[in-house]
Structure formats: C-alpha cells, structure tokens
Design a protein around this ligand. Structure first.
Ligand SMILES: O=C(O)/C=C(\CC(=O)C(=O)O)C(=O)O
Length: 295
C-alpha cells in the first residue's frame, strides 16, 4: 500500500503555546517545511507519508507567533524532487524565506540556476530508508560538485548507526556540509556518550561541517521536557558556536504520535544556548551567513 492510499496525517500542534523565550530580532527558523497545498502541489507518487496541507500561510503565521523573522524551508521528502511547493512558499514570503532543494541527479545546470533565482541555497541528500527509496552516493557527489559555482551547501540527513559508513562520502563533498539533527544521536547516552563522541569526531574532521541542533522531540526518548537533549546538546553549541543552526522542524513530518508544542521547542533555545552571544550566533549570524550572505 502506498502513502497515497492512506488517510492524510496531521503532525503539527493546533494551538502551540507562546514561548517564554523571546528570540532576538531577526531570528531565523532554519529548518521547517511546507506540505502542499495538495490541490496545487500534489505529493510525490513515492511519498512515504501523506500529510494534510500545511502551506505557507500557516508557516508564516507560526513564524510570527513564535517571534521569528525568517524561515529556511527544506524540501520535504513527500514532495520528492518537485520543488514547486517550496519555491511557491519562498515567493510568498516577501524575501523572508530561503530554501534547500531536493533534486533529481539528471537536473540541468539551467534548472539549478533557476532554483537559485527562486531562493534555493542548498541541496539535501536524505539517507533515511523510511523516507526515500534510494540514496545514490555517486550521483549525489556529482551534484555536490555541480552546485559549487552557485555557492550552495549540502544538507545531509542520516541516522547515527550509519555515521561511520557515511564518512568517505562526507569527506568527498567539496562544499560546506550541514548535518540535519546532528545525525540523530541517542541523546539519552549523554554528552559524552558514544553517539555524541562519534559526531564530534566528524565535526573535528573538517571545519566546514555544520549541524542543526534541532528536534528534541525526535531525539529524546524520554520526551518533553527533553532534559537529555538539553544536557547532551548544550556542550555541542558551546564548543561549535559558529557551526550550529536551529529550527522548529514544523510541520514535524511523521511525528503525529508525539506532536511537539512549537512554543516549548522555542523554549529549549536558552537551555542549549544560554548566553546572548550564543543565541545571536545560533539564530542570526550563522543562518544569515549561509542563506542571506551580505545582508
Ligand atoms: O523533517 C525532518 O527533518 C525529518 C523527517 C522528515 C523529512 O526529513 C522529510 O520528509 O524530508 C523525518 O525524520 O521523518
């Protein structure tokens, strides 16, 4: 049975709390998605989940409610390699959103250029078997080389159990790399656990590997208030302050059984970035360098 035969899913909170923490003016939500609207932007026939519509109006209302100024919209796997929904959201943002695309390896240079004009600044390689049918490393490396003239970076999503086998691939990527959700460590192991130590070795292997310190809801097996996430991730932010990004992950694909409160997610920020300076780097300086350089 494909996702298209199943009922459409709601994986986001209907009434998120207003956070206690006030993000600094200009803060960027650097990891979120849009779903559809399906009537205009149908989901991929290969989609592994079929969500209800969560389009740009909803995303921008949440941005304002949480106190953010800008979004980086990452093409979600349910839209495959058709980036139209993400591009449409960027157009509607009045310059307040940029994007990360997912592309077919056969994409032409002219099409890549068009994506750049549409506000894309990176390409995502997804290695989660539950989300994509295949992840051809050789073809991904070709794309990574071809996006270099555009000044783009590569976003890579994988889980901790394949970190070591990912190393030769990651070593060969010629652009800056952003690892989604820290490569999904088991944060209940703590800051000195095997997963965090392996991830730090990766960060130490190159100074142009960045990461998103995101998704306590996905990574903390003990759930809210995500204490294991806070104690494991705060030292990472302290040690790599210029290489970290933060995002809500709204509309939280596949989290329908444990939907996080977006306000509570924002309230995690001072627990992982306790000083004004760390918060400014995490929420403004770092994402601006990648997505709005020169502004
Ligand atoms: O939103 C995320 O980053 C994580 C996802 C969904 C995803 O990556 C996608 O659909 O492309 C997940 O773990 O299911």
């Amino acid at each position: 049975m494909s996702a298209q035969d199943t009922a459409r899913i709601v994986s986001w909170h209907g009434n998120p709390s207003i956070p206690t923490f006030t993000p600094p003016p200009g803060a960027v939500d650097a990891h979120c998605h849009v779903f559809g609207p399906m009537a205009q932007f149908p989901f991929s026939p290969k989609a592994k989940y079929l969500p209800e519509d969560a389009g740009p109006d909803m995303l921008f209302a949440l941005r304002d409610r949480l106190g953010f100024a800008r979004n980086v919209i990452v093409q979600a796997s349910c839209h495959g390699t058709d980036n139209s929904a993400t591009l449409d959201a960027i157009v509607r943002s009045d310059g307040k959103a940029r994007g990360v695309a997912v592309v077919d390896p056969a994409i032409t240079d002219a099409e890549l250029e068009k994506l750049h004009e549409g506000g894309m600044r990176g390409v995502r390689f997804n290695f989660l078997k539950r989300l994509v049918d295949d992840a051809p490393k050789d073809k991904f490396l070709e794309i990574a080389k071809r996006i270099q003239p555009l000044g783009w970076h590569v976003v890579v999503y994988f889980e901790a159990d394949i970190l070591e086998e990912m190393r030769p691939f990651l070593d060969a990527i010629p652009t800056l790399i952003v690892i989604d959700h820290m490569g999904r460590p088991d944060v209940s192991q703590g800051p000195d656990g095997a997963d965090m130590r392996a991830f730090r070795r990766l960060l130490d292997s190159r100074d142009d590997i960045w990461t998103k310190v995101t998704c306590p809801d996905r990574l903390d097996p003990n759930g809210a208030p995500w204490d294991d996430f806070a104690r494991s991730v705060a030292p990472l932010v302290a040690d790599y302050p210029d290489r970290v990004l933060w995002g809500t992950d709204w509309p939280h694909p596949n989290m329908e059984k444990a939907i996080p409160d977006d306000g509570a997610l924002v309230d995690m920020i001072p627990r992982i970035a306790p000083t004004i300076e760390l918060q400014r780097k995490l929420l403004i300086d770092n994402p601006m360098r990648l997505y709005w350089p020169g502004e």
